[in-house]
Write a new protein. Structure first.
Length: 408
């Protein structure tokens, strides 16, 4: 039985599932034929014994087949169903929503017109804004109604925020989905521009094609989508030193940690109890200036239905992401882990050393999204992350290029 399974499940052996099944059937049939042959070649003393052997081998074969199928479901490489058309980034025209606010940096040399579709207090949107502010890239903001989401109706396939609309000087209109992809693509663009010193040399479309969306079936057969390379900054690493390669890998690792671990500690904390969930939504109402963008009934609807829904969802998320019974402890522990890792690196106040890198900006954005909530105040009292790191990133952001905010 073990041999049978081992024969098919050799690590590193990639063969198609069809071929694999055919092989199993052939082998089970061979074993059955061999056992029948060897049984008929010798004098038969006990017919029952022979039948028993055949039944055992057939059972073992069936068991092996079952075990293999189970194994295959768990281990099979994710089946790529299709990857998006490379031109799927292109829109015929920008969506018709006018920004309600615009952030302008007079020194912005990108030549791009950016419009961010966002929720002011969504951690992924805060990550994008932190990056844009830090590098002095101008943008307009369209605040999306979190319940009705009217402002996203134009987006055919993707219905999450942030979405960034990029209008290039050549007249192309691009739709960029997913905070990490947006950050990587924009950062790559700015880096390349700085290197070539040709602000007019636009290559945004070429860059975004490095981040295709791929659909695949996960182990439970559900269709999932993934944006390839979203933590990769597209730049020439050939001539870079070993030290800077390590820095690139570390930045990538921590950006991924921010999205796959740290961000998941937020919701169960800010929606920990129903009163806390309502208070959090009231804070979003205030910080997001909802009174400017939404009708009074919309705000009330969002605050109360949102709070009840998120309080219930928060419990599920707590289990799914294996947070502690006292969810605050998970928030404190992950925050301390981040801070400790910076200290262990010993290169400066930030993960990026003496100045924040993209992972610092990602973790900052995530925490910034809950500033004003009870969970943030508790974190400030119970972890040094706020005083020793967060406020320092905030200071760097304040020192970033001159910023002019215009409320339209
Ligand atoms: N991986 C995405 C996640 C974006 C995301 O989940 N955004 C939430 C808001 S915080 C959203 O739009 N949710 C709406 C929905 O899931 O339908 C990113 O990094 O941008």
């Amino acid at each position: 039985m073990r041999n049978l399974i081992e024969r098919f499940i050799r690590p590193g052996l990639v063969i198609s599932p069809g071929k694999m099944r055919a092989r199993i059937f052939t082998t089970v049939a061979t074993i059955l034929a061999r056992s029948a042959h060897s049984a008929s070649a010798k004098p038969i003393r006990n017919t029952r014994l022979r039948l028993g052997t055949v039944a055992f081998v057939a059972g073992a074969g069936g068991g092996g087949l079952f075990a293999y199928e189970e194994y295959r479901k768990r281990r099979a490489p994710k089946t790529v169903l299709n990857s998006d058309d490379p031109d799927s980034f292109l829109l015929k025209a920008p969506p018709s929503f006018e920004p309600s606010r615009s952030v302008t940096f007079p020194m912005d040399m990108t030549g791009l017109k950016l419009t961010l579709y966002q929720y002011q207090t969504c951690p992924f949107c805060c990550k994008v804004r932190a990056m844009l502010d830090y590098f002095g890239i101008s943008y307009g903001i369209v605040e999306v109604n979190p319940v009705l989401r009217t402002q996203l109706k134009w987006s055919e396939k993707y219905r999450k925020v942030p979405i960034l609309i990029v209008e290039t000087p050549e007249g192309e209109v691009l739709q960029l989905n997913d905070s990490s992809m947006i950050i990587s693509a924009l950062f790559s663009y700015v880096q390349n521009q700085n290197k070539t010193k040709t602000p007019g040399d636009h290559e945004m479309l070429r860059l975004v094609k490095c981040y295709p969306t791929v659909k695949f079936q996960d182990e439970d057969g559900k269709t999932q989508t993934e944006i390839m390379n979203k933590y990769f900054v597209m730049e020439d690493m050939e001539q870079d030193s070993k030290e800077s390669k390590e820095a690139v890998l570390s930045e990538r690792k921590w950006r991924k940690w921010a999205d796959s671990v740290y961000v998941h500690t937020l919701s169960p904390n800010i929606y920990r109890t129903l009163p806390e969930a309502i208070a959090s939504f009231r804070n979003f109402d205030r910080v997001g200036e909802w009174e400017k963008n939404f009708a009074a009934w919309e705000r009330t609807l969002v605050i109360y239905t949102g709070a009840v829904a998120m309080w219930m969802i928060g419990k599920r998320l707590q289990k799914r992401h294996h947070l502690k019974e006292d969810v605050r402890q998970s928030l404190y522990e992950e925050s301390e882990y981040w801070l400790r890792s910076i200290h262990q690196k010993g290169k400066g106040d930030f993960m990026g050393g003496s100045k924040p890198n993209l992972s610092d900006l990602a973790v900052y954005g995530i925490l910034n999204s809950i500033e004003g909530c009870e969970a943030f105040d508790d974190l400030a009292k119970n972890s040094k992350i706020i005083s020793q790191w967060y406020r320092k990133v905030q200071q760097h952001l304040k020192n970033a290029p001159n910023k002019v905010e215009i409320v339209v």
